[in-house]
Design a protein around this ligand. Structure first.
Ligand code: BG6
Length: 466
């Protein structure tokens, strides 16, 4: 038996643009996530309907209750609350989230809210290139304050930005596609810095405005193995973790870039513009926990720079290679999903230990799951034993990490129901609840609990694994 503590937060996750639909209903403004999804409308589903949670939230939350969820991690769409990002407040947006929050509470589910999950208001991009401008920091701060004031009487637990450390690597998500190539890295570094500053302001504000408010960053974790025992490969693997995740955790927890990162930014001539009092704000911000998103591990080898590829040249985006530092390799010891994610439960135990030893903060898993094709079989069910196997092994890894001494207080896999996957629409599915639609045929959007739903229900009932 692997039993968890009595008050363990068993839950599941989603994000606004991936489930809500109703993309322009009741005054909602367009977000970058909408805009980018419309660019790919011919190839896959877009955000217009998604899982249509906006119109199904009551019955969906009933299903969450039926599954036994103690907590629901979801995000608020900034563009529902302030459609153009920094202008008038849209009461209908506030009303919608009031209904969602109240429905959760009526079903004894704790709402655990992300303020911003990849969906910056498009108007701010048009106005001043989004996070490239310091004005975006004030706009986000104001939006967060509106949320704290509107919902803080019922929502005590918040995450600021989902996976800033991953989002900032992807030019399309940051809408940098029009930035001249020579300026891309400089703009990226500036955007990243502004998001860190915004996070710090918002963490401080939460502590002031929300009674018993708790807030932390939600990071995309990175766990990298060296491809060999050559010292340079070991260093490369560490630098991959450092450049993709650890530098961000240092900033959130200590309000300062670590030496290796500051050195890199200065050497590349892309150290962001800062203002005199920023460091005070950054260092005053104290996260209450770290929300960890974990899907897979990576392997890396050293990648020397050469005449054609100077130090600091990046190749690709999410899992980028960096000349002078690291190159991502396939780990031949691990199985991968059909979409290439290397499945590695032990990596979760390792990464939780590493973060706990470094930051000594409580942690919660806010994303972990298997993205794959699911088939609705003739008996009208989805027999997703592969997802059960994946989740079981990762829950066991959480248990082991807790025995190691890690303070882990919850587990919210991705995703509560099928969502719009950023790259594969509704082909790739993650949910416990099947949403019966395809990329181009909405059908009835029927909800069908998968085998994993009933399995997870038992896990929650038993408070752990048998
Ligand atoms: C995480 C994001 O990085 O990965 C989610 O926070 C996303 O929004 C998830 O859905 C899975 O990625 P994908 O591309 O398979 O949807």
């Amino acid at each position: 038996m692997k039993k968890f503590r009595q008050d363990f937060w068993w839950g599941a996750s989603s994000s606004a643009f991936q489930i809500e639909g109703a993309w322009n209903e009741a005054g909602k403004g367009e977000s970058i996530a909408d805009y980018n999804s419309f660019k790919h409308s011919g190839e896959q589903a877009d955000t217009k309907v998604a899982s249509d949670f906006y119109h199904h939230y009551q019955s969906d939350i009933k299903l969450m209750k039926q599954m036994g969820m103690k907590v629901y991690r979801f995000s608020i769409a900034w563009t529902r609350i302030i459609p153009d990002g920094d202008g008038a407040i849209n009461q209908s947006g506030i009303d919608f989230y009031n209904r969602v929050i109240d429905e959760c509470l009526a079903n004894e589910i704790i709402p655990f809210v992300t303020l911003y999950h990849f969906d910056l208001p498009l108007a701010l991009v048009k106005k001043y290139q989004g996070w490239a401008s310091r004005d975006c920091v004030s706009a986000f701060r104001r939006y967060a304050q509106v949320c704290f004031k509107a919902f803080g009487d019922r929502v005590q637990n918040w995450q600021v930005i989902n996976e800033q450390n991953l989002m900032v690597r992807v030019n399309e998500r940051m809408n940098m596609t029009a930035v001249p190539a020579a300026q891309v890295e400089q703009v990226r570094a500036q955007m990243d810095y502004h998001m860190f500053l915004a996070c710090a302001y918002v963490m401080n504000d939460c502590h002031q405005l929300v009674v018993n408010g708790k807030i932390g960053p939600a990071i995309s974790s990175t766990m990298t193995y060296p491809i060999s025992d050559k010292p340079l490969d070991v260093w490369a693997a560490k630098m991959n973790d450092n450049f993709k995740t650890n530098y961000a955790l240092e900033m959130y927890c200590f309000g300062k870039y670590p030496g290796y990162y500051e050195y890199f930014l200065r050497q590349q001539g892309i150290y962001p513009q800062t203002m005199a009092d920023d460091s005070k704000v950054l260092q005053a911000a104290k996260p209450d926990f770290i929300a960890v998103n974990y899907y897979r591990t990576l392997a890396a080898e050293y990648l020397p720079a050469d005449a054609e590829h100077p130090v600091g040249q990046r190749v690709s985006d999410i899992d980028f290679d960096l000349y002078g530092y690291f190159k991502i390799k396939k780990n031949v010891h691990l199985k991968a999903t059909e979409y290439g994610a290397q499945i590695d439960p032990l990596g979760l135990r390792l990464v939780l230990n590493e973060y706990y030893q470094k930051y000594r903060l409580p942690m919660i898993i806010t994303e972990n799951g298997l993205g794959t094709v699911d088939e609705l079989t003739a008996d009208g069910k989805i027999h997703d034993q592969y997802r059960i196997d994946y989740l079981k092994a990762h829950i066991a890894a959480c248990y082991d990490a807790i025995q190691d001494g890690v303070e882990l207080f919850g587990y919210c896999p991705w995703s509560v129901m099928d969502i719009l996957s950023s790259h594969q629409g509704f082909k790739k599915r993650y949910g416990f609840i099947y949403v019966d639609r395809t990329d181009f045929n909405l059908k009835q959007l029927r909800r069908i609990p998968k085998d994993s739903f009933y399995w997870y229900q038992k896990v929650i009932q038993n408070n752990g694994l048998e």
